[in-house]
Design a protein around this ligand. Structure first.
Ligand SMILES: Cc1cc2nc3c(=O)[nH]c(=O)nc-3n(C[C@H](O)[C@H](O)[C@H](O)COP(=O)(O)OP(=O)(O)OC[C@H]3O[C@@H](n4cnc5c(N)ncnc54)[C@H](O)[C@@H]3O)c2cc1C
Length: 383
């Protein structure tokens, strides 16, 4: 937690400046080379970006949820690849250890994740466990002072480059659903863990995503998160409840950037003797984007503050994720429209890349349909 507003503003300003001066000029290079250059990763480490959500006692900034989303609005205004590079450490790749790790686990992993020396990831999804994430087929059997894990995880962000994997596995044979599932910390180099080559994706070039294969993978019993079996899904849900607010903010920054690009274009592009931004039908698209961005920001900040007060935000977090990710895609579509033909052609603008990059937001960490179901379920339960 940053108690001092001056300090918080300095962090946000430093982030804004890095995004404008370092990240945005490198966006084309990242897209072409399909990786974030090492020097920029090093700069992100030096700026402390990897440690935003990790408690200060473990070397992070210990940001509150509100502070984290304010940072997320800024860092997500450059290509998604940049924030995806740090985003597993500030989100799903560390949060399980933060919320439920033992003291020894926190002491070993959090300082390295906070500094960015190690990259973390969360491996929940499996070929048969997508939206039905509790349908875990990966198994973990205890043998003396270690567990042996077997199974395959797919679609795992940063898996190809990760050093630390939070992995769900079924420790109680014969159980179904969330019951009998535990979460483990697996390090690269532990026998039996391997990762696949990065997938070829629709967008988000520079953000590697791949499989994690566990074949007779030997993991010390001390790496069972929290030390108790059967709590793995609770850990994942705690992680995701915070992450959904975070991801909503990370979907709002791109919308802000796309609108900025569209405004720059429409105020310069002349047709019928005047900038196309003068036409009211174009202005309607600008107004709809700006209004929806404001709505997302407002609900995200309100939910973040509510979470920081210790209130239950299961419903609100789902609404934020659902609204902000759908909003971002609507903004992307309108912005391509405002660019006209040059919005479709990569040689003329980067808006087509944004359009492809943000499509994923509606799919991961719960598809929009899963969030609709969750929102309705919570609402109906309130009576
Ligand atoms: C690039 C990328 C990165 C990812 N990163 C990670 C990661 O780091 N860690 C991780 O664990 N996972 C990750 N994922 C996995 C992601 O969370 C899943 O892809 C997502 O949850 C959807 O699961 P699925 O792909 O199996 O789709 P499915 O579950 O097969 O869904 C297919 C369609 O059916 C709909 N559907 C499914 N069930 C229902 C229902 N009950 N009611 C209504 N509609 C339904 C879905 O909404 C969707 O439209 C990533 C995925 C991608 C593509």
């Amino acid at each position: 937690m940053i108690r001092d507003q001056v300090q918080l503003q300095a962090l946000l300003e430093r982030t804004r400046q890095w995004v404008r001066e370092r990240a945005i000029p490198a966006e084309d290079l990242v897209a072409e080379s399909d990786e974030v250059p090492c020097d920029l990763v090093q700069e992100m480490r030096a700026n402390g970006f990897f440690g935003w959500s990790i408690p200060q006692e473990y070397g992070g900034a210990g940001l509150t949820t509100e502070e984290l989303v304010l940072g997320a609005f800024e860092i997500s205004q450059c290509s998604v690849a940049f924030r995806a590079r740090v985003g597993t450490n500030t989100g799903i790749g560390s949060e399980g250890i933060v919320v439920d790790g033992t003291e020894e686990q926190k002491a070993r992993y959090l300082p390295r994740l906070a500094s960015g020396e190690w990259t973390g990831c969360l491996a929940v999804t499996e070929p048969e466990a997508g939206s039905e994430a509790t349908n875990v087929q990966t198994t973990a059997r205890r043998e003396g002072d270690h567990y042996v894990l077997d199974g395959t995880k797919c679609f795992i962000t940063n898996a190809p480059i990760a050093d630390v994997f939070t992995v769900t596995a079924r420790t109680e044979p014969g159980t179904a659903g969330a019951k009998g599932v535990s979460a483990f910390i697996v390090e690269r180099g532990m026998p039996g863990l391997s990762t696949g080559a990065p997938y070829r994706k629709m967008g988000q070039a520079g953000s590697p995503v791949g499989e994690v294969v566990l074949k007779n993978c030997v993991v010390p019993a001390a790496n069972l998160i929290g030390g108790d079996e059967g709590r793995g899904f609770k850990t994942v849900m705690k992680t995701l409840n915070k992450q959904r607010i975070h991801l909503a903010a990370l979907s709002t920054g791109p919308a802000m950037r796309m609108l900025e690009l569209a405004i720059a274009h429409t105020t310069k592009r002349v047709q019928f003797g005047q900038p196309v931004a003068n036409f009211q039908l174009v202005q309607a698209m600008i107004a709809d984007c700006q209004t929806e961005i404001y709505a997302a920001r407002s609900m995200i900040l309100e939910t973040a503050r509510k979470r920081d007060r210790g209130e239950d935000v299961v419903l609100e977090a789902s609404m934020c994720k659902y609204f902000a990710t759908e909003m971002c895609n609507r903004v992307a579509d309108r912005c391509v429209q405002m660019f006209g033909g040059s919005g479709y052609v990569a040689d003329y603008s980067c808006i087509e890349r944004w359009y492809r990059d943000v499509r994923l937001f509606r799919l991961y960490e719960g598809t929009s349909q899963i969030h609709q179901l969750n929102i309705a379920k919570q609402t109906l339960a309130q009576g």
